[in-house]
Design a protein. Structure first.
Length: 337
């Protein structure tokens, strides 16, 4: 197992800053997810760890060793790409062992590693097939097998499930997590999908505009978002962010709990029935859930309730929420402790 540390890592192209002041520690044997919207710097961070991009400033350490100026082959990492990058003219066995053949590993050792990896990933019956004869999930396993057969202790994954359908993506999330834990790999995984991040990660690193917005466990990130960006990015539906005016929800006489600029509340923390009058502005029926968008003063509160509730736009309702469900943020979007 190998640890990874980024120290004041920055990346710039002329006048464009892609990353700035990235300080990150990834524990050995952990599953770390780099999460964020397009253009936030997550793939650039991954490529700097891999050595495919050169950091403009800062250091990259793997297992305590400074690898900042080392080429990818000397960093002891393996990588799984978004498009799998399989050779269409080679069969599964040759795709998996391609890197070993380039490094001229003895044939007996190559065969042993191939057999172990194929058995681990359920690819043994498919070793003679070409990539074009495989399903998306099978191709993804071949790409993963090529990384595992190298026996690197660090595995870097750049949105490896994005080409799969929703059901297969969910199955592969479970498989990847189980495999990582069984092998004790240190995994750094890039995605824009918060469901992947929350369900797989030991540590989620939320990036925004080239900076780390928050790095925490999935539970901490959800329960105590550090900024309004983290609050709005994590959760489906997103956290309510209501503007406060004089300690009250803007346009109303409803108390906001304390002096702050923003009041945050998770939609599932708001319940029907209580002390706060509101008007239903729109309704989304999702089967098990009903998503209500309710007006309080000039602000809109999203409520997640049971799907059997019979409500329509224009309905008058009463809402309530516990004090511990309230999050407060200042005018800069930083959490008020």
């Amino acid at each position: 197992m190998s640890s990874i540390q980024l120290v004041d890592v920055g990346k710039r192209w002329e006048s464009t800053t892609a990353l700035e002041g990235i300080n990150l520690s990834i524990a050995p044997g952990s599953f770390c997810v780099l999460l964020g919207p397009s253009g936030c710097g997550k793939s650039t961070t991954l490529r700097i760890i891999a050595g495919l991009e050169t950091a403009t400033s800062g250091q990259v350490l793997i297992d305590g060793r400074d690898v900042t100026n080392l080429p990818p082959a000397q960093r002891g990492v393996a990588m799984v790409f978004q498009n799998y990058a399989l050779f269409p003219h080679l069969n599964v066995a040759d795709n998996i062992t391609f890197g070993l053949s380039v490094r001229k590993l003895p044939a007996a050792e190559t065969a042993r590693r191939l057999a172990e990896t194929a058995e681990l990933l359920g690819l043994t019956p498919l070793l003679q097939r070409k990539p074009g004869q495989l399903s998306g999930g099978q191709q993804q396993r071949v790409a993963l097998g090529r990384a595992l057969v190298a026996q690197a202790k660090v595995c870097l994954m750049d949105e490896p499930l994005s080409n799969l359908d929703a059901q297969l993506r969910q199955e592969m999330r479970t498989e990847l997590r189980e495999l990582q834990q069984r092998l004790g790999l240190t995994v750094v995984y890039v995605t824009h999908d918060q469901a992947e991040a929350m369900s797989m990660a030991d540590q989620v690193v939320l990036l925004h505009k080239g900076r780390i917005e928050q790095a925490a466990t999935p539970r901490q990130l959800y329960a105590r978002p550090a900024t309004t960006f983290a609050a709005s990015f994590i959760g489906t539906p997103a956290m309510n962010l209501l503007r406060l005016d004089g300690g009250q929800i803007a346009g109303s006489t409803v108390a906001g709990g304390r002096e702050a600029h923003w009041l945050g509340m998770r939609p599932e923390s708001v319940t029907l029935g209580g002390r706060v009058p509101a008007t239903v502005r729109s309704v989304e029926y999702l089967g098990a859930d009903l998503i209500l968008h309710c007006g309080i003063g000039s602000e809109t509160v999203t409520v997640r309730t049971a799907g059997q509730a019979e409500l329509a736009a224009g309905s008058q309702v009463l809402l309530d929420w516990p004090d511990q469900a309230m999050h407060h943020f200042d005018s800069l979007g930083q959490r008020v402790q």
